[in-house]
Design a protein around this ligand. Structure first.
Ligand code: NAD
Length: 452
Protein backbone atom coordinates (compact mmCIF):
# COMPACT_ATOMS: atom_id res chain seq x y z
CA UNK A 1 0.00 0.00 0.00
CA UNK A 2 1.34 3.44 -0.82
CA UNK A 3 0.56 6.98 0.31
CA UNK A 4 0.66 10.07 -1.93
CA UNK A 5 2.55 12.82 -0.11
CA UNK A 6 1.13 16.24 -1.04
CA UNK A 7 2.76 19.68 -0.93
CA UNK A 8 0.20 21.74 1.05
CA UNK A 9 1.24 24.99 -0.69
CA UNK A 10 0.54 23.66 -4.20
CA UNK A 11 -1.72 20.61 -3.66
CA UNK A 12 0.68 18.68 -5.95
CA UNK A 13 1.72 15.12 -5.15
CA UNK A 14 5.47 15.20 -4.47
CA UNK A 15 6.22 11.57 -3.71
CA UNK A 16 4.57 8.22 -3.23
CA UNK A 17 5.64 6.40 -0.06
CA UNK A 18 5.25 2.68 0.61
CA UNK A 19 3.47 2.07 3.92
CA UNK A 20 4.71 -0.74 6.14
CA UNK A 21 2.34 -3.60 6.98
CA UNK A 22 1.78 -4.96 10.50
CA UNK A 23 4.11 -7.89 9.62
CA UNK A 24 6.82 -5.50 8.45
CA UNK A 25 6.43 -3.49 11.65
CA UNK A 26 6.86 -6.65 13.73
CA UNK A 27 9.94 -7.61 11.69
CA UNK A 28 11.47 -4.14 12.26
CA UNK A 29 10.73 -4.40 15.99
CA UNK A 30 12.39 -7.84 16.08
CA UNK A 31 15.44 -6.43 14.27
CA UNK A 32 15.62 -3.52 16.74
CA UNK A 33 15.48 -6.07 19.58
CA UNK A 34 18.37 -8.03 18.04
CA UNK A 35 20.41 -4.85 17.67
CA UNK A 36 19.81 -3.86 21.29
CA UNK A 37 22.45 -5.88 23.25
CA UNK A 38 25.36 -4.60 21.16
CA UNK A 39 24.10 -0.99 21.36
CA UNK A 40 23.47 -1.24 25.09
CA UNK A 41 26.91 -2.68 25.73
CA UNK A 42 28.79 -0.20 23.59
CA UNK A 43 31.23 1.86 25.67
CA UNK A 44 29.42 5.06 26.75
CA UNK A 45 32.04 7.22 25.03
CA UNK A 46 31.58 5.34 21.74
CA UNK A 47 27.78 5.72 21.88
CA UNK A 48 28.34 9.43 22.52
CA UNK A 49 30.68 9.66 19.51
CA UNK A 50 28.13 8.03 17.21
CA UNK A 51 25.40 10.42 18.35
CA UNK A 52 27.75 13.37 17.69
CA UNK A 53 28.50 11.96 14.26
CA UNK A 54 24.73 11.72 13.62
CA UNK A 55 24.39 15.38 14.70
CA UNK A 56 27.19 16.35 12.28
CA UNK A 57 25.40 14.60 9.41
CA UNK A 58 22.20 16.48 10.27
CA UNK A 59 24.14 19.73 10.35
CA UNK A 60 25.73 19.06 6.95
CA UNK A 61 22.28 18.26 5.50
CA UNK A 62 20.44 21.12 7.25
CA UNK A 63 19.38 23.03 4.14
CA UNK A 64 18.18 19.87 2.40
CA UNK A 65 16.16 18.78 5.46
CA UNK A 66 14.67 22.27 5.72
CA UNK A 67 13.67 22.32 2.02
CA UNK A 68 12.08 18.87 2.40
CA UNK A 69 9.98 20.18 5.31
CA UNK A 70 8.93 23.27 3.37
CA UNK A 71 7.69 21.03 0.54
CA UNK A 72 6.13 18.33 2.73
CA UNK A 73 4.63 20.36 5.58
CA UNK A 74 4.40 23.94 4.32
CA UNK A 75 6.62 25.20 7.16
CA UNK A 76 8.32 28.51 6.46
CA UNK A 77 11.94 28.10 5.42
CA UNK A 78 13.10 30.01 8.51
CA UNK A 79 11.18 27.72 10.84
CA UNK A 80 12.22 24.60 8.94
CA UNK A 81 15.92 25.50 9.29
CA UNK A 82 15.34 26.00 13.01
CA UNK A 83 13.62 22.60 13.23
CA UNK A 84 16.48 20.76 11.48
CA UNK A 85 18.91 22.67 13.72
CA UNK A 86 16.87 21.53 16.70
CA UNK A 87 17.41 17.86 15.77
CA UNK A 88 21.17 18.53 15.55
CA UNK A 89 21.22 20.36 18.89
CA UNK A 90 19.10 17.75 20.68
CA UNK A 91 21.42 14.99 19.41
CA UNK A 92 24.47 16.94 20.63
CA UNK A 93 22.86 17.65 24.00
CA UNK A 94 21.98 13.99 24.63
CA UNK A 95 25.31 12.82 23.22
CA UNK A 96 26.62 13.96 26.60
CA UNK A 97 24.20 11.63 28.42
CA UNK A 98 25.79 8.17 27.95
CA UNK A 99 28.81 9.28 29.99
CA UNK A 100 26.67 11.01 32.62
CA UNK A 101 23.91 8.47 33.34
CA UNK A 102 25.14 8.25 36.91
CA UNK A 103 23.43 6.11 39.49
CA UNK A 104 23.60 6.69 43.23
CA UNK A 105 25.58 5.22 46.07
CA UNK A 106 23.21 5.02 49.02
CA UNK A 107 24.38 4.59 52.63
CA UNK A 108 23.28 1.19 54.01
CA UNK A 109 24.31 -1.03 56.88
CA UNK A 110 26.50 -4.06 56.13
CA UNK A 111 27.41 -3.31 52.57
CA UNK A 112 27.44 -1.10 49.54
CA UNK A 113 24.25 -0.03 47.76
CA UNK A 114 24.36 1.35 44.21
CA UNK A 115 21.76 2.12 41.57
CA UNK A 116 22.09 1.72 37.80
CA UNK A 117 20.04 3.26 34.99
CA UNK A 118 19.33 0.27 32.76
CA UNK A 119 17.95 0.86 29.24
CA UNK A 120 14.46 -0.43 28.52
CA UNK A 121 14.96 -2.17 25.18
CA UNK A 122 13.07 -1.23 22.04
CA UNK A 123 11.36 2.19 22.18
CA UNK A 124 8.57 3.11 19.72
CA UNK A 125 8.28 6.79 18.81
CA UNK A 126 5.01 7.95 17.17
CA UNK A 127 5.18 11.41 15.59
CA UNK A 128 2.38 13.79 14.45
CA UNK A 129 2.38 15.89 11.27
CA UNK A 130 2.71 19.32 12.83
CA UNK A 131 6.39 19.21 13.87
CA UNK A 132 7.84 16.16 12.11
CA UNK A 133 11.52 16.86 12.85
CA UNK A 134 11.69 18.24 16.40
CA UNK A 135 9.15 15.83 17.88
CA UNK A 136 11.05 12.90 16.34
CA UNK A 137 14.37 14.09 17.78
CA UNK A 138 12.94 14.74 21.25
CA UNK A 139 12.04 11.05 21.36
CA UNK A 140 14.87 9.24 19.58
CA UNK A 141 17.90 11.25 20.82
CA UNK A 142 17.53 10.62 24.59
CA UNK A 143 16.24 7.08 23.97
CA UNK A 144 19.32 6.15 21.92
CA UNK A 145 21.63 7.93 24.36
CA UNK A 146 20.30 5.81 27.23
CA UNK A 147 21.14 2.61 25.33
CA UNK A 148 17.77 1.76 23.77
CA UNK A 149 17.07 0.98 20.14
CA UNK A 150 14.30 2.95 18.38
CA UNK A 151 11.57 2.29 15.83
CA UNK A 152 9.92 5.52 14.70
CA UNK A 153 6.66 6.07 12.81
CA UNK A 154 6.18 9.47 11.20
CA UNK A 155 2.67 10.76 10.50
CA UNK A 156 1.22 9.35 7.27
CA UNK A 157 1.33 12.68 5.44
CA UNK A 158 4.72 14.00 6.65
CA UNK A 159 7.30 11.17 6.42
CA UNK A 160 9.99 12.78 4.24
CA UNK A 161 12.31 14.35 6.83
CA UNK A 162 12.12 11.29 9.12
CA UNK A 163 13.15 9.04 6.21
CA UNK A 164 16.05 11.37 5.48
CA UNK A 165 17.10 11.32 9.17
CA UNK A 166 17.28 7.51 8.99
CA UNK A 167 19.65 7.79 6.00
CA UNK A 168 21.79 10.31 7.91
CA UNK A 169 21.95 7.99 10.94
CA UNK A 170 23.19 5.18 8.73
CA UNK A 171 25.77 7.48 7.14
CA UNK A 172 26.96 8.45 10.64
CA UNK A 173 27.64 4.81 11.44
CA UNK A 174 24.70 4.13 13.75
CA UNK A 175 24.48 0.31 13.49
CA UNK A 176 21.70 -1.29 11.46
CA UNK A 177 18.53 -1.89 13.51
CA UNK A 178 19.39 0.73 16.15
CA UNK A 179 17.28 3.49 14.57
CA UNK A 180 14.56 2.47 12.09
CA UNK A 181 11.97 4.74 10.46
CA UNK A 182 8.78 3.00 9.36
CA UNK A 183 6.21 5.02 7.43
CA UNK A 184 2.79 3.55 8.02
CA UNK A 185 -0.77 4.01 9.17
CA UNK A 186 -1.41 4.78 12.82
CA UNK A 187 -3.92 1.94 13.10
CA UNK A 188 -1.40 -0.50 11.62
CA UNK A 189 2.22 0.39 12.43
CA UNK A 190 1.48 2.68 15.40
CA UNK A 191 -0.83 0.04 16.83
CA UNK A 192 1.92 -2.61 16.54
CA UNK A 193 4.24 -0.38 18.59
CA UNK A 194 1.50 -0.38 21.25
CA UNK A 195 0.54 -4.06 21.04
CA UNK A 196 3.87 -5.81 20.37
CA UNK A 197 5.20 -6.70 23.85
CA UNK A 198 8.84 -6.44 22.68
CA UNK A 199 8.45 -2.64 22.54
CA UNK A 200 9.03 -1.52 26.14
CA UNK A 201 8.09 2.14 25.85
CA UNK A 202 5.96 4.23 23.49
CA UNK A 203 6.59 7.94 23.12
CA UNK A 204 3.43 9.30 21.56
CA UNK A 205 2.78 12.85 20.39
CA UNK A 206 -0.58 13.61 18.84
CA UNK A 207 -4.23 14.01 19.69
CA UNK A 208 -5.64 13.31 23.14
CA UNK A 209 -8.12 10.88 21.56
CA UNK A 210 -5.39 8.66 20.07
CA UNK A 211 -3.21 9.13 23.18
CA UNK A 212 -5.93 7.54 25.31
CA UNK A 213 -5.96 4.50 22.99
CA UNK A 214 -2.19 4.24 23.18
CA UNK A 215 -2.25 4.36 26.98
CA UNK A 216 -5.06 1.79 27.25
CA UNK A 217 -3.26 -0.55 24.83
CA UNK A 218 0.06 -0.14 26.63
CA UNK A 219 -1.57 -1.38 29.84
CA UNK A 220 -1.74 -4.92 28.40
CA UNK A 221 2.02 -5.35 28.64
CA UNK A 222 2.67 -2.71 31.36
CA UNK A 223 4.52 -0.70 28.75
CA UNK A 224 5.91 2.70 29.68
CA UNK A 225 4.35 5.67 27.89
CA UNK A 226 5.14 9.32 27.47
CA UNK A 227 2.19 11.22 26.02
CA UNK A 228 2.43 14.72 24.55
CA UNK A 229 -1.13 15.60 23.58
CA UNK A 230 -3.27 18.62 22.77
CA UNK A 231 -3.43 22.03 24.39
CA UNK A 232 -5.67 25.07 24.83
CA UNK A 233 -3.43 27.82 26.01
CA UNK A 234 -4.01 31.35 27.25
CA UNK A 235 -1.98 34.50 26.80
CA UNK A 236 -2.92 36.71 29.77
CA UNK A 237 -2.27 40.44 29.32
CA UNK A 238 -2.56 42.68 32.41
CA UNK A 239 -3.18 46.42 32.14
CA UNK A 240 0.28 47.19 33.56
CA UNK A 241 2.05 45.22 30.79
CA UNK A 242 4.15 46.84 28.07
CA UNK A 243 1.11 46.86 25.79
CA UNK A 244 3.04 47.55 22.58
CA UNK A 245 5.32 44.58 23.15
CA UNK A 246 2.44 42.33 24.21
CA UNK A 247 0.34 43.29 21.17
CA UNK A 248 3.27 42.93 18.77
CA UNK A 249 4.17 39.49 20.15
CA UNK A 250 0.68 37.98 20.56
CA UNK A 251 0.10 37.07 16.87
CA UNK A 252 3.45 35.20 16.79
CA UNK A 253 2.37 33.27 19.90
CA UNK A 254 -0.54 31.76 17.99
CA UNK A 255 -0.02 32.06 14.22
CA UNK A 256 3.44 30.51 14.09
CA UNK A 257 3.27 27.22 12.11
CA UNK A 258 -0.19 28.43 11.02
CA UNK A 259 -1.43 27.77 14.57
CA UNK A 260 -0.77 24.03 14.17
CA UNK A 261 1.06 23.98 17.45
CA UNK A 262 -0.09 22.35 20.68
CA UNK A 263 1.48 25.34 22.50
CA UNK A 264 -0.37 27.98 20.42
CA UNK A 265 -1.73 30.73 22.69
CA UNK A 266 -5.13 30.70 21.00
CA UNK A 267 -7.01 32.56 23.75
CA UNK A 268 -5.84 36.07 24.61
CA UNK A 269 -7.24 37.30 27.93
CA UNK A 270 -6.89 41.07 28.31
CA UNK A 271 -7.60 43.13 31.44
CA UNK A 272 -10.70 45.18 30.66
CA UNK A 273 -9.28 48.75 30.88
CA UNK A 274 -6.84 48.00 28.02
CA UNK A 275 -8.98 45.51 26.05
CA UNK A 276 -9.95 47.87 23.20
CA UNK A 277 -6.47 49.43 23.06
CA UNK A 278 -4.88 45.97 22.85
CA UNK A 279 -7.14 44.94 19.97
CA UNK A 280 -6.30 48.18 18.13
CA UNK A 281 -2.55 47.74 18.59
CA UNK A 282 -2.62 44.10 17.48
CA UNK A 283 -4.59 44.89 14.31
CA UNK A 284 -1.73 46.20 12.10
CA UNK A 285 0.47 43.26 13.14
CA UNK A 286 -2.23 40.75 12.12
CA UNK A 287 -3.06 42.56 8.87
CA UNK A 288 0.66 42.78 8.04
CA UNK A 289 1.41 39.10 8.79
CA UNK A 290 3.33 37.75 5.77
CA UNK A 291 1.31 34.72 4.63
CA UNK A 292 2.38 32.95 1.44
CA UNK A 293 4.99 30.79 -0.26
CA UNK A 294 6.81 29.16 2.66
CA UNK A 295 10.02 28.89 0.61
CA UNK A 296 10.31 32.70 0.51
CA UNK A 297 12.67 34.02 3.19
CA UNK A 298 10.29 36.78 4.33
CA UNK A 299 7.22 34.54 4.78
CA UNK A 300 5.92 34.30 8.35
CA UNK A 301 3.10 31.79 7.85
CA UNK A 302 2.47 29.01 5.33
CA UNK A 303 -0.61 26.93 4.56
CA UNK A 304 -2.51 24.44 6.71
CA UNK A 305 -1.55 20.79 6.31
CA UNK A 306 -4.57 19.53 4.30
CA UNK A 307 -7.96 20.39 2.83
CA UNK A 308 -9.71 18.35 5.53
CA UNK A 309 -7.85 20.18 8.28
CA UNK A 310 -8.71 23.56 6.72
CA UNK A 311 -12.39 22.61 6.80
CA UNK A 312 -12.10 21.74 10.49
CA UNK A 313 -10.49 25.12 11.23
CA UNK A 314 -13.10 26.94 9.11
CA UNK A 315 -15.81 25.27 11.21
CA UNK A 316 -14.67 27.29 14.26
CA UNK A 317 -14.83 30.60 12.37
CA UNK A 318 -18.11 30.14 10.46
CA UNK A 319 -20.74 32.20 12.29
CA UNK A 320 -18.24 33.48 14.87
CA UNK A 321 -17.65 37.22 15.42
CA UNK A 322 -14.57 38.15 13.37
CA UNK A 323 -12.87 41.37 14.55
CA UNK A 324 -10.32 41.40 11.73
CA UNK A 325 -8.17 39.07 9.64
CA UNK A 326 -4.85 39.06 7.85
CA UNK A 327 -4.43 37.97 4.26
CA UNK A 328 -3.96 34.62 2.52
CA UNK A 329 -3.09 33.71 -1.08
CA UNK A 330 -5.85 32.71 -3.50
CA UNK A 331 -5.61 29.61 -5.70
CA UNK A 332 -4.07 26.22 -4.95
CA UNK A 333 -2.83 25.50 -1.44
CA UNK A 334 -4.62 24.99 1.88
CA UNK A 335 -4.51 28.67 2.87
CA UNK A 336 -6.31 30.25 5.79
CA UNK A 337 -5.82 33.87 6.91
CA UNK A 338 -4.79 34.80 10.46
CA UNK A 339 -8.15 35.44 12.12
CA UNK A 340 -9.04 37.35 15.30
CA UNK A 341 -12.37 36.56 17.00
CA UNK A 342 -13.86 39.25 19.30
CA UNK A 343 -16.04 39.92 21.20
CA UNK A 344 -16.70 36.25 21.77
CA UNK A 345 -18.56 34.25 24.44
CA UNK A 346 -16.39 32.23 26.85
CA UNK A 347 -18.30 29.04 25.93
CA UNK A 348 -17.81 29.36 22.14
CA UNK A 349 -16.06 26.22 20.73
CA UNK A 350 -13.24 28.44 19.38
CA UNK A 351 -12.56 29.44 23.00
CA UNK A 352 -12.98 26.03 24.63
CA UNK A 353 -11.53 23.62 22.02
CA UNK A 354 -8.12 23.24 20.43
CA UNK A 355 -8.50 24.92 17.01
CA UNK A 356 -5.03 23.98 15.68
CA UNK A 357 -5.20 26.74 13.07
CA UNK A 358 -4.47 30.49 12.76
CA UNK A 359 -7.47 31.58 14.84
CA UNK A 360 -7.31 33.49 18.10
CA UNK A 361 -10.10 34.59 20.49
CA UNK A 362 -9.69 37.77 22.55
CA UNK A 363 -11.66 38.02 25.82
CA UNK A 364 -11.71 40.65 28.58
CA UNK A 365 -11.28 39.95 32.32
CA UNK A 366 -11.63 42.08 35.46
CA UNK A 367 -9.52 40.44 38.17
CA UNK A 368 -6.40 38.31 38.47
CA UNK A 369 -8.48 35.47 39.93
CA UNK A 370 -10.87 35.62 36.98
CA UNK A 371 -7.96 35.48 34.51
CA UNK A 372 -6.49 32.41 36.21
CA UNK A 373 -9.97 30.83 36.31
CA UNK A 374 -10.48 31.43 32.57
CA UNK A 375 -7.02 30.04 31.73
CA UNK A 376 -7.75 26.94 33.82
CA UNK A 377 -11.20 26.40 32.32
CA UNK A 378 -9.95 23.52 30.15
CA UNK A 379 -9.11 19.83 30.49
CA UNK A 380 -5.74 20.54 28.88
CA UNK A 381 -2.71 22.10 30.59
CA UNK A 382 0.21 22.55 28.25
CA UNK A 383 1.42 26.14 28.04
CA UNK A 384 0.57 29.81 28.50
CA UNK A 385 1.96 33.32 28.80
CA UNK A 386 1.57 36.17 31.27
CA UNK A 387 2.32 39.80 30.41
CA UNK A 388 2.78 42.17 33.35
CA UNK A 389 5.41 44.54 34.77
CA UNK A 390 4.56 43.30 38.27
CA UNK A 391 7.03 40.47 38.89
CA UNK A 392 5.19 39.20 41.96
CA UNK A 393 2.00 38.91 39.93
CA UNK A 394 3.92 37.21 37.10
CA UNK A 395 5.10 34.57 39.56
CA UNK A 396 1.68 34.23 41.30
CA UNK A 397 -0.17 33.74 38.02
CA UNK A 398 2.43 31.32 36.61
CA UNK A 399 2.00 29.23 39.77
CA UNK A 400 -1.80 29.50 39.52
CA UNK A 401 -2.20 28.40 35.89
CA UNK A 402 -2.30 24.59 35.70
CA UNK A 403 0.03 23.99 32.75
CA UNK A 404 3.47 22.52 32.17
CA UNK A 405 5.16 25.39 30.32
CA UNK A 406 4.60 29.04 31.13
CA UNK A 407 6.43 32.17 30.12
CA UNK A 408 6.29 35.66 31.56
CA UNK A 409 6.63 38.60 29.13
CA UNK A 410 7.44 36.27 26.22
CA UNK A 411 6.01 33.36 24.27
CA UNK A 412 9.15 31.33 24.68
CA UNK A 413 9.38 28.33 22.41
CA UNK A 414 10.33 24.93 23.73
CA UNK A 415 13.98 24.82 24.81
CA UNK A 416 15.61 21.41 24.48
CA UNK A 417 17.52 21.88 27.74
CA UNK A 418 14.40 22.51 29.85
CA UNK A 419 11.60 20.01 30.53
CA UNK A 420 8.50 20.02 28.31
CA UNK A 421 5.12 18.37 28.83
CA UNK A 422 1.56 18.82 29.96
CA UNK A 423 -0.79 18.69 32.93
CA UNK A 424 -4.21 17.02 32.75
CA UNK A 425 -5.25 15.79 29.31
CA UNK A 426 -2.20 17.40 27.69
CA UNK A 427 -0.24 14.32 28.60
CA UNK A 428 1.90 12.28 30.92
CA UNK A 429 5.64 12.50 31.48
CA UNK A 430 8.17 15.08 30.39
CA UNK A 431 10.45 15.26 27.39
CA UNK A 432 13.70 17.19 26.98
CA UNK A 433 15.70 18.84 29.75
CA UNK A 434 18.50 17.36 31.81
CA UNK A 435 16.54 14.26 32.94
CA UNK A 436 15.06 12.98 29.67
CA UNK A 437 17.58 10.17 29.11
CA UNK A 438 16.65 8.72 32.52
CA UNK A 439 13.03 8.54 31.35
CA UNK A 440 14.24 5.79 28.99
CA UNK A 441 15.70 3.65 31.75
CA UNK A 442 14.70 1.48 34.68
CA UNK A 443 16.43 2.08 38.00
CA UNK A 444 18.14 -1.05 39.26
CA UNK A 445 19.28 -1.26 42.88
CA UNK A 446 22.17 -3.54 43.80
CA UNK A 447 23.24 -4.33 47.36
CA UNK A 448 26.69 -5.85 47.86
CA UNK A 449 27.34 -7.31 51.27
CA UNK A 450 30.62 -6.43 52.93
CA UNK A 451 30.15 -8.96 55.73
CA UNK A 452 33.02 -11.39 56.14
P1 NAD B 1 -3.18 11.90 15.71
O1 NAD B 1 -3.37 11.50 17.13
O2 NAD B 1 -4.22 11.58 14.75
O3 NAD B 1 -1.85 11.21 15.11
C1 NAD B 1 -0.62 11.29 15.74
C2 NAD B 1 0.20 10.07 15.35
O4 NAD B 1 -0.42 8.91 15.90
C3 NAD B 1 0.31 9.82 13.84
O5 NAD B 1 1.59 9.35 13.52
C4 NAD B 1 -0.73 8.72 13.63
O6 NAD B 1 -0.46 7.92 12.51
C5 NAD B 1 -0.59 7.92 14.91
N1 NAD B 1 -1.74 7.08 15.25
C6 NAD B 1 -3.02 7.21 14.84
N2 NAD B 1 -3.78 6.20 15.33
C7 NAD B 1 -2.96 5.42 16.06
C8 NAD B 1 -3.14 4.24 16.83
N3 NAD B 1 -4.31 3.64 16.92
N4 NAD B 1 -2.08 3.73 17.48
C9 NAD B 1 -0.87 4.32 17.42
N5 NAD B 1 -0.63 5.43 16.69
C10 NAD B 1 -1.65 5.98 16.02
O7 NAD B 1 -2.82 13.42 15.76
P2 NAD B 1 -2.46 14.38 14.54
O8 NAD B 1 -3.75 14.79 13.93
O9 NAD B 1 -1.43 13.77 13.68
O10 NAD B 1 -1.73 15.59 15.31
C11 NAD B 1 -2.41 16.70 15.77
C12 NAD B 1 -2.62 16.58 17.27
O11 NAD B 1 -1.41 16.33 17.96
C13 NAD B 1 -3.16 17.85 17.89
O12 NAD B 1 -4.24 17.56 18.73
C14 NAD B 1 -2.00 18.42 18.71
O13 NAD B 1 -2.32 19.18 19.80
C15 NAD B 1 -1.27 17.20 19.10
N6 NAD B 1 0.15 17.51 19.30
C16 NAD B 1 0.64 17.59 20.58
C17 NAD B 1 1.97 17.91 20.81
C18 NAD B 1 2.54 17.98 22.20
O14 NAD B 1 3.75 18.04 22.33
N7 NAD B 1 1.76 17.95 23.26
C19 NAD B 1 2.82 18.14 19.75
C20 NAD B 1 2.30 18.06 18.47
C21 NAD B 1 0.96 17.73 18.27
Amino acid sequence: MSFAVVNPSTEQVIRSIELASAEEADAAIAKAHEAWPAWRELAPGRRAELLRAFADEVDADLENLARLEVANSGHTIGNARGEAGNVRDVLRYYAAAPERLCGKQIPVAGGLDVTFHEPLGVVGVIVPWNFPMPVAGWGFAPALAAGNTVVLKPAENTPLTALRLAELAERAGIPSGVFTVLPGLGDVVGQRFVDNPVVRKVVFTGSTRTGKRVMAGAANSIKRVTLELGGKNSNIVFADADLDRAAAAAPYGVFDNAGQDCCARSNILVERPVYERFLERMEPVVRGFAVGDPARESTEMGPLISAAHREKVRGYVDGAPVAYTGSAPQGPGFWFPPTVLAPIAADHPAVTEEVFGPVVSVLPFDTEAEAVGLANNTEYGLSGSIWTRDLARGIRVSRGVRAGNLSVNSHSAVRYHTPFGGFGQSGIGRELGPDAAEEFTETKNVFISTEE
